[in-house]
Design a protein around this ligand. Structure first.
Ligand code: CMC
Length: 422
């Protein structure tokens, strides 16, 4: 029997039968039966906004797959650039494809000299790295006006390479500017992640030697962050892109959404929270405050995961490997205790609140030498292929401009008073 639902308008007795397709019903059928009556769903928690073949997520079961591949397998056996290729080109690259992809990315990694001089130098010394990054990505739109040609698939392909390639260069430059350090240019002989770490941390003339465990951890963290279906920033990318904005301002808008502490900014907020708690002995009092509604337990909770976030489990395991190299982060004990208390407490159990990807990632970043202001920048580098894959997919779907309806709650029709009457 076909799976359908029937909607009846009790005012008129009219009914309509709508097929259920992949767990969704077509809102057009509703609109035809009930013109002018809208779903009231401000946070889109019951609305499917896209048909997408990129990422599968089952929040109840704690599953995450990129183009069908489980995140655990990708994190364990593929590099970030392979995963980026999977997301933006549809498949994991074979040997020759990977070689070509690596050289495309590495050739596009440098940024224009004017970018350093005129754009990055223009920010205040204490500017937050995410503010610098968001503005810099938008500014890149002025360097490549051809990027506005979004209907040309070759142009889109070219901009996708540029954005993935230049993101680490801009990110590392934003950091070095804030530290007053000279910029380090991309090195075509290094792989994507080694190159990023060298641009961040290289000092003097000697070649930068990256510890293989730290390199693999960083690369794997990029993989874990690479896509997460219709989250707030990806939805932003699809909405802005639906207006046919160029990819730079589209990705800048997505990065702006990511910057918020409820989204990718949570990794920075977790570190600040752990630092504020300060001591193991303060955990219980802090948790009482969370339950009383004084503050949120940052790095916990998720709109779609109602089971342990599979990314958080991998990050937690990785933290121990990183700490073997860097020494333990003193805040780890506080984090472990917070998790232990939360997982046994009815407040968190009843609300299905578990650690998310941001809970342990900040501890790793800090131990690797990144300042907290860079944490969401690292998330941005990882998420860039995901945003671009969705932007490209949306443009190939002949999508209409995003334009939701609203429930108007303002005043009824009234006459404009004169200034003396106001
Ligand atoms: N600490 C304490 N209580 C929480 C938390 C938390 N972190 N998250 C949710 N709750 C409570 C919330 O107060 C509500 O309680 P009640 O039913 O009594 O009103 C209940 O749990 C349901 O929460 P919600 O606000 O309906 O959940 P949401 O789906 O709207 O919000 C969230 C999801 C991620 C914004 C939220 O859980 C949160 O603010 N978490 C902390 C920030 C964070 O870690 N964000 C990173 C998300 S993962 C990375 C990414 O991809 O962005």
């Amino acid at each position: 029997m076909a799976e359908t639902i029937t909607i009846t308008d009790n005012r008129t007795g009219e009914s309509i039968e709508i097929p259920l397709v992949d767990g969704t019903v077509d809102a057009k059928a509703w609109r035809d039966l009930l013109p002018g009556i809208w779903f009231d769903d401000p946070s889109f928690s019951a609305t499917s906004g896209a048909d997408s073949a990129i990422t599968f997520l089952d929040g109840g079961a704690g599953l995450l797959r990129y183009r069908g591949y489980p995140i655990e397998q990708l994190a364990g056996s593929t590099s970030f650039l392979e995963v980026a290729h999977l997301l933006v080109r549809g498949e994991l690259p074979n040997g020759p494809q990977l070689k070509a992809w690596k050289s495309e990315i590495s050739e596009a990694a440098p940024i224009h000299e004017n970018f350093h001089k005129r754009i990055l130098e223009g920010f205040r010394d204490d500017a937050h790295a995410m503010g610098v990054l968001v503005s810099s990505i938008a500014a890149m739109s002025t360097f490549w006006p051809d990027s506005k040609n979004i209907e040309d698939p070759d142009q889109r392909r070219c901009e996708i390479v540029r954005l993935i390639a230049k993101m680490p260069t801009v990110a590392a430059s934003a950091y070095r500017r804030s530290e007053g350090l000279p910029y380090v240019l991309p090195d075509p002989d290094l792989d994507y992640t080694s190159n990023f770490l060298a641009m961040m941390f290289k000092t003097g003339e000697a070649p930068y030697v990256v510890d293989p465990i730290l390199h693999d951890a960083m690369d794997m963290l990029f993989v874990l962050h690479a896509d997460h279906e219709q989250n707030c920033s990806t939805t932003t990318a699809r909405v802005v892109g639906s207006a046919h904005a160029d990819p730079y301002v589209t990705v800048s808008a997505a990065a702006s959404a990511l910057y918020g502490p409820r989204h990718g900014g949570a990794n920075e907020a977790v570190l600040r929270m752990l630092t504020e708690i300060g001591e193991y002995g303060n955990v219980d009092a802090f948790m009482d405050g969370v339950k009383a509604g004084d503050q949120k337990l940052m790095g916990f909770g998720h709109r779609v995961y109602k089971n342990y976030d599979p990314r958080a489990r991998i990050v937690k395991d990785t933290a121990h490997r990183v700490f073997d190299v860097t020494g333990t982060n003193p805040l780890l004990d506080i984090a472990l205790k917070l998790e232990e208390v939360a997982l046994a407490d009815p407040y968190f159990i009843d609300r299905k609140l578990y650690p998310n990807v941001d809970f342990y990632s900040g501890l790793i970043y800090q131990s690797m030498g990144f300042p907290v202001e860079m944490f969401t920048v690292l998330f941005t580098i990882g998420r860039t292929p995901g945003w671009l894959a969705h932007w490209d997919e949306m443009l190939t779907q002949n999508s209409r401009i995003a334009r939701p309806r609203q429930r108007y709650t303002g005043p009824a029709d009234r006459d404009v008073p004169t200034i003396d009457e106001r």
